[in-house]
Design a protein around this ligand. Structure first.
Ligand code: ZN
Ligand code: ZN
Length: 323
């Protein structure tokens, strides 16, 4: 016999939660799963380091590359440029909470503090279990770091009665685009991007329940990245400001070779705008600024080229900024 009550219309993802009360309520609107997800912690993005390139500088106040996602309050650290441990603490995440690390590629501005971050989390005595993901070579790098610190680690294990950090980390390598990991909170996929001479350089996409976030890593203009980022809420993309590079060349003819390298392996602000427009993202966040140590470049200058091609929201990233 048909029920007299109005038809219950709910989204599939929200269905289970409403079945309990289905006999007593009539829901006519499609329930946004984001409302339900609000019971959990919303996905947060915090830029830990926004400078491109390996040099250290205090002029722009930018640390080397790293981005933090907090998904259901669990940290996902993408890249470990120098200073990442300190910046995590500065962002309010204590190192005993370290859980997931993702490396985009083997350039020092992205992985110089990878091993040290593992080490620093070990010294918290909580010995968190860490899963580290990255292109082929990450396992060797992890092993080499622990060998580099072997004397100290072996000494402390005996003297301080603490666990072995070499057992706390599990490395997951890959050498092609695809699914990287998935758990109840997020699905992470990778896309191989264009960063010669490095062939194993990747972008990551995090599809959480409430937000989809794409991080470009280091790449030249890559239309496939726009497809990869299709429909994402936030695209965090590296940015290169060409007029400043020309200034560099004029000051130093030897910079010509550096300029050539930068042009084939990074993305101009105009092209970042193109990618964001093609992807149709809501918010574009600029990061990994090249040059990253020129304090004279204003936010307006970083935005200018992007705006020619992208009409959405543009954020000029700053260290410890939350998006
Ligand atoms: Zn870089
Ligand atoms: Zn690079």
């Amino acid at each position: 016999m048909k029920k007299k009550s109005r038809k219950l219309t709910i989204c599939a993802t929200a269905r289970r939660q409403f079945l309990i009360g289905a006999s007593t309520i009539a829901v006519t609107a499609c329930v946004d799963p984001r409302v339900l997800y609000a019971q959990e912690k919303r996905t947060r993005i915090i830029l830990l380091g926004t400078k491109g390139g390996p040099t250290l500088t205090t002029r722009t106040g930018r640390s080397n590359a790293s981005t933090l996602l907090l998904i259901n309050d669990v940290p996902y650290v993408v890249d470990c440029g120098y200073g990442v441990s300190r910046q995590l603490i500065n962002s309010g995440v204590s190192l005993d909470r370290l859980r997931y690390i993702f490396i985009t590629h083997d350039h020092s501005d992205h992985d110089l503090e990878y091993g040290a971050l593992l080490y620093n989390s070990w010294t918290t005595r909580q010995s968190p279990r860490v899963d580290a993901y990255g292109p082929i070579g990450l396992r060797r790098m992890t092993r080499n770091f622990f060998n580099y610190m072997k004397f100290d680690i072996d000494t402390r294990i005996v003297d301080e009665g603490i666990g072995d950090p070499r057992r706390q980390v599990t490395v997951h390598e890959f050498n092609r685009s695809g699914l990287v990991m998935q758990n109840q909170d997020v699905k992470v996929t990778s896309l191989r991007v264009r960063h010669p001479p490095i062939t194993q350089s990747y972008a990551y996409r995090f599809d959480a329940k409430d937000r989809a976030v794409v991080i470009s890593g280091d790449t030249a203009y890559a239309p496939e990245l726009a497809r990869f980022a299709k429909g994402a809420d936030v695209l965090i993309h590296e940015a290169m400001y060409l007029p400043a590079l020309e200034k560099l060349i004029q000051q130093n003819p030897a910079a010509k070779r550096l300029r050539e390298h930068l042009l084939v392996s990074h993305t101009s602000t105009e092209d970042v705008g193109r990618i964001a427009a093609q992807a149709g993202v809501k918010t574009l966040v600029l990061t990994h600024f090249v040059p990253g140590d020129d304090a004279s470049i204003t936010d307006e200058q970083w935005i200018e080229g992007v705006r020619k091609n992208f009409a959405g929201s543009i954020v000029v990233g700053k260290d410890l900024m939350e998006i």
